[in-house]
Write a protein that binds this ligand. Sequence first.
Ligand code: AHM
Ligand code: MG
Length: 337
Amino acid sequence: SEFQPPSTEIITLTRHVLAEQFRLGVAATGDLTLLLNAIQLTSKFIATNVRRARLINLVGLAGDTNVQGEEQKKLDVLSNDIMVNALRASGKTAVLVSEELDEAVIIEDRYKGKYCVVFDPLDGSSNIDAGVNIGTIFGVYQIRPESQGTIEDVLRPGSEMVAAGYTMYGSSANLVLSTGNGVNGYTLDASLGEFVLTHPDIKIPPRGKIYSFNEGNSLYFHTPTINYLNSIKYPTAGKSPYSARYIGSMVADVHRTLLYGGVFGYPDDKKSKKGKLRLLYEAFPMAFLTEQAGGTATTGTKRILDIVPTSIHERTGVYLGSRDDVEEVIKFYEAEA
Ligand code: AHM
Ligand code: MG
């Protein structure tokens, strides 16, 4: 067998984002690239801590309760601090919204830039201590013209985001990103310390065979949800029922949905009247990625990216995934209306 030299064409995330900007001929100031560099750094740092959590006593509760009344895990708190510090220091941000912080962070003048970042530093908390996949979710807005950076800059529909993505901490760290021209996936090469392009131009299959819901909430589900789930579990003769896959980490469940297709759902129900997932830093970024990959994201009655948030920690019902599957969900809502 012949010696194969390693490829000298390493396409890192930074190189890829720059190449996209050259390709599109957009006047790049480098600001977004620097912001994304800061986000990448936080993902590398969080990935390292997630890997080492068991060894360095990071497993367990921090002893505090966050704004949603949930107990905070040590890794949640640490990941939040990592992100706030790095994003502030990048000099490219004006407003930060974190799941872990009650109030938005308005960046002081000396560090102020033109981007607003909304994020869930470590999503899927219930999976942390078991070593199951967790992730960071983020969305990026540009401040409005003339704005100095206020909360109004992030109380805008998800369709106005300029970038969105997540990093999944699993058997490898995978960063999936869209800057509004499709979706790309990068895998952390730990030896290089770089996210390398491994999943170019991710497209969700138009139809899948997997559904991903917490069916333990069935007692509370509204009729359209129940009817939809029945339709895929007990299909008309000749069709096969769908497979169930539910990890309970949105990042992991959405990641699989982007790659394999199918439908991920966390609907509003009789108990969680507004749904569970947070609009700004969970639903919006994932809806943005889903649409950029050719899929659909809806509350059941409304396109998620069209919602205008009224508060930063607002919740919403979510269905997202393969276009044809989500269209069927919507039909069950229309039938009920
Ligand atoms: P968290 O932000 O407290 O981690 O909650 C969000 C998570 C999502 O990752 C996941 O989709 C959902 O909550 C799972 O909820 P449940 O445990 O009710 O199925
Ligand atoms: Mg979360």
